[in-house]
Design a protein around this ligand. Structure first.
Ligand code: FAD
Ligand code: SIN
Length: 524
């Protein structure tokens, strides 16, 4: 089936929904999402969204904190623009119906997280993302111009390549006409044509064995742009959150928000002794790259699988009322956080790099925009400051919407008639799921062991060679199989793993989240 809309949005997290609401007054909007509408990282965000809302704080301080966390390679103009725009975007979220906690005086109650010099994180208890997703989805459902279609898996963006033309990295004017998408309930593949396409497909945490990200985070948008020969950036900077709950059987790993450390919780080693003083004077509240590496080192030195987070000093009332989700979750596992320390370990959490976009959210491919975690704006540099990503998503959804609104009327859609439908001739059903599940396990182990928090030249080379083998095997399977979501996701994960590894090999200096034991000397 063929569909034609003005604005096509892939993904229903904070980025996709915010963009859709902004462009909806101007034309027909279709949102495709591969699972249930609310499933994505947004729903799991705990800590909150960073913004300077009052005079006790300043834009300059938030800008400085972001630049320090980014380890000197943020795009300063982007940082300034994003942080100065933040209060306006927060007010819009409130107008859409999102509720943030307020203190008794009626002002927003602000939390603090690692790397922030001030209390500036707006939150809704410890389940901010779920509240944002609820508010935005409600606004979407009330809008007559927006159609939201669940269980639609975008496979590839459509470009001149699908019209039979040769497209390479050097082709100057690659254009996006829409996407092919698999309806995972009927197994039909539809053609979605649009004047403007926005990718808001989220992260790629599932490249690793332990991740806080949900199962949908398989790097689909990044892989699609890679195949379409678009420009990608900074993928070596995978952020590991220092404190996911140690509960090996659970996937995704449950997060223990950094706001808990902001409220006074302290990291301790296997013997219950503080250790962060050995690594950084900001102790448990140092930026994430430093804390995650410190924990990784402590675990390796002691040969243990986790360290402890001691939240007991925060006080029973504040723990139970301020962190109700974490309190209840831990209690379910027999951990009473008012009395017991919490076992924690780092987990892949956030991809700082992605589809390179300009300040309008436009990618290197014409009429293709990207926002949220799948994009690389330059805000995060080598390491994202906590709670700056929900902010980045709303700021760039806004910028992309403004730009798209100003251009979409002049986009000529005559080429759309030449776009062929998906051709599945000669494909056979893959009846061996083990080919997919086993390869995914191998991929995650390669990446966790060789391209994780601490890297080396040898580890990266090993990863690269092994990825090559599973890439070839999986391409072969893909080229003869009837398309199905698990295989398409695996293929995307392999593409992302390859890109992370390749960009890590090319980075010859330790910066931000990229840390190699072979480069330590170069830095000194
Ligand atoms: P997501 O919310 O991940 O949404 C992606 C969407 O794309 C989903 O709807 C998915 O179904 C869809 N999709 C993906 N691929 C396809 C495809 N092929 N076809 C169709 N649809 C597709 N950041 C903060 O700033 N503050 C926090 O407190 C915070 N806490 C976090 C806690 C956790 C546990 C996690 C995992 C992340 C946290 N982050 C936080 C990061 C932040 O939540 C994410 O970066 C942000 O929500 C990403 O939003 P998004 O809209 O880009 O993607
Ligand atoms: C957290 O709550 O610790 C996560 C915040 C973030 O990832 O920005």
């Amino acid at each position: 089936m063929r569909h034609q809309v003005d604005f096509l949005v892939i993904g229903s997290g904070i980025a996709g929904l915010s963009f859709a609401l902004k462009v909806a007054p101007y034309g027909k909007v279709c949102i495709l999402t591969k699972g249930d509408a609310s499933e994505g990282s947004t729903k799991y965000a705990q800590g909150g969204i960073a913004a300077v809302m009052y005079d006790t704080d300043s834009f300059d301080k938030h800008i400085a904190d972001t630049l320090v966390a980014g380890d000197g390679i943020c795009d300063k103009n982007v940082v300034e623009m994003t942080i100065r725009e933040a209060p306006e975007r927060i007010n819009e979220l409130v107008q859409y119906g999102v509720e943030f906690d307020k203190s008794k005086g009626g002002k927003f109650d602000l939390h603090r997280e690692g790397g922030h010099s001030e209390f500036r994180i707006l939150h809704h208890k410890d389940n901010t993302g779920a509240e944002i997703e609820r508010g935005l989805l409600q606004a979407i459902h009330n809008h007559p111009n927006i159609e939201l279609k669940e269980h639609q898996f975008a496979i590839d963006i459509i470009t001149q390549h699908h019209l039979g033309q040769r497209v390479t990295k050097h082709t100057p004017d690659i254009e996006c006409y829409g996407v092919y998408a698999l309806n995972t309930q009927t197994n039909e593949i539809d053609t979605y044509l649009a004047k403007i396409t926005l990718l808001a497909t989220g992260g790629m945490g599932n490249v690793y064995t332990t991740t806080t990200t949900p199962i949908i985070s398989t790097g689909d948008g990044v892989a699609m742009v890679h195949r379409a020969r678009g420009v990608l950036k900074d993928l070596e900077f995978m952020q590991f959150h220092p404190t996911s709950l140690y509960n090996p059987a659970e996937k995704p790993a449950f997060l223990i928000t950094e706001a808990m450390r902001g409220a006074g919780a302290i990291l301790k080693d296997k013997d219950g002794k503080e250790f962060m003083q050995k690594y950084d004077k900001r102790l448990s509240l140092a930026p994430r790259d430093i804390v995650a590496r410190a924990i990784d080192n402590e675990m390796k030195l002691a040969g243990v699988e986790h360290v402890w987070l001691d939240a007991r000093g925060i006080g029973k009332n504040e723990l139970i009322n301020g962190f109700p989700t974490i309190y209840a979750k831990c209690l379910e596992l027999g951990i009473n956080i008012t009395k017991d320390m919490i076992p924690v370990r780092p987990a892949a959490h956030y991809q700082c790099g992605g589809i390179k976009v300009d300040t309008n959210g436009e990618s290197s491919i014409h009429h293709l925009y990207a926002a949220g975690e799948c994009s690389c704006t330059g805000l995060h540099g080598g390491n994202r400051l906590a709670s700056n990503s929900l902010l980045e998503a709303v700021v760039y959804a806004h910028n992309a919407a403004q730009h798209a609104i100003s251009t979409y009327k002049n986009i000529n859609t005559s080429t759309h008639q030449q776009v062929p439908d998906w051709n599945a001739e000669g494909m056979v059903l893959n009846e061996e799921m083990v080919l997919i599940t086993q390869t995914k396990k191998e991929l995650q182990e390669i990446m966790s062991n060789y391209v994780g928090i601490v890297r080396s030249d040898l580890r990266l080379r090993r990863a690269f060679d092994r990825l090559n083998l599973i890439f070839r095997e999986t391409e072969d399977l893909y080229n003869r199989s009837v398309l199905a979501e698990p295989l398409a996701e695996l293929r995307n994960l392999i593409a992302c793993a390859y890109l992370i590894t390749k960009q890590a090999m090319a980075r010859r200096q330790n910066v931000g989240l990229h840390y190699s034991i072979d480069l330590v000397e170069n830095n000194t």
